[in-house]
Design a protein around this ligand. Sequence first.
Ligand code: ATP
Ligand code: MG
Ligand code: FE
Length: 339
Amino acid sequence: PLVLGIETSCDETGIGLVRGHTLLADTVASSVEEHARFGGVVPEVASRAHLEAMAPTVERALEKAGVRFSDIDAVAVTAGPGLAGALLVGVAAAKAYALGLGVPLYGVNHLAAHVAVDQLEHGPLPKPCIAMLVSGGHSSLLLVPDVAGDLTSLGSTVDDAAGEAFDKVARVLGLPFPGGPHIDRAARSGSGTAIAFPRGKYDDGTLDFSFSGLKTAVARWVEAREREGHTVSVPDVAASFQEAVVDVLTRKALQACRHHGVKDLLIGGGVAANSRLRALAQERCDTAGVRLRVPRPGLCTDNGAMVAALGSELVTTGAPPSSLTIPADSSLPVTTTRL
Ligand code: ATP
Ligand code: MG
Ligand code: FE
C-alpha cells in the first residue's frame, strides 16, 4: 500500500510517500529562515507557512514519486506532540485528503515516527531495541518493543533538550540559528578537550539528562574570557561543548542497553545528524558489542517520510485507522504511538 505522510509539528512542512519500507518521495518546505531573526521558532509564523506550503509540497512529492492522488491507499499525519497551531494545519489537511480520497487516516506520534523512519534505510528494526531521540524539543531514551507498539520512556531531559542546548550555545558564539549544524562544522577545526565543561547527570544512576548547566557554563566561560580581553576560539568552545553533550548522550544510551539487556541501539532526531555523536556512538557501541543504527542526516531532522514510514507499518500490521475526529494533541505522550 502507498502511504502519504504529513508532518507539521514544528517549522518543517514534510511530505513523504512510502510503499512498504521503500521511500518514493520526501519533500520538505521549511520556514526556518523566517524564524532565524527571532532566534527561535515563532508558532504563528510556522502555522501560516504550513498552510501556504501544504498543497504545493504534496504535489511536488507526488510528482517526484511519479504517482497520482488516486494511487494513495492511506494518509498518516503527526497528531502530536508539537506546536498546537502547526499540528492543527497538518491534521486538518490529512483529514481532508483522507476524506476526499476515501482512504483511512492514521494519526501518529512524532517521536515514534522518528524511530520508524530508520526502517526505510536499514530495514526492519530488531525487537526490542533502545532508541535515543535527541532534537530541539526532546532528549529521551526509549524502550521500543516494536515499531508499531507502544514505547516506554526510560529517561529524558530534566531541563533543556540537547538540540536546544546546541542552539543556545550557538547564539552565545554568534553562530546562526538553528545552531546545531554550525557548531558541528566549527567543531571540526577545534579541540574537544580544550575546555573541560561540566557533564550534567553523568554518574547519577538515572537515564535522565540535564543540559542547562552546561549551556550556562559555556556562556559564563565565554563572557569571562571576553571580559579579560582574550579572544575566544569558536572552534575550541564548539568542540568542547559538543564533546560534553555527546559524551553524556552516548554513555547513557549504552547504560540503557546494558540495564535492559538490549543489543540494538537506534539514534534519531535532529541532533543525530551530529557527526561527532555518530562517531563516538559507533566507537562506544563497538566496544560494548551493541549494534548501532542511525538514519542518514536528512531523515534525522523533521520530515514527512518518517510519518509515512510509521503509517506504512500500521497499515501493514493491520492496526485500526484513526477516527476523522482525532484532535491535534500538542502534548501527546511518547507512550501513545497512534491516536
Ligand atoms: P522536535 O523536537 O519536536 O522533534 P525539532 O524541530 O527540534 O522538533 P528536529 O528537526 O528533529 O526537530 O531537530 C532540530 C534540532 O536538531 C535543532 O536544535 C538543531 O540545531 C539540531 N541539529 C541539526 N543538525 C545538527 C547537527 N549536525 N549537530 C547538532 N545538532 C543538530
Ligand atoms: Mg525543525
Ligand atoms: Fe522532530
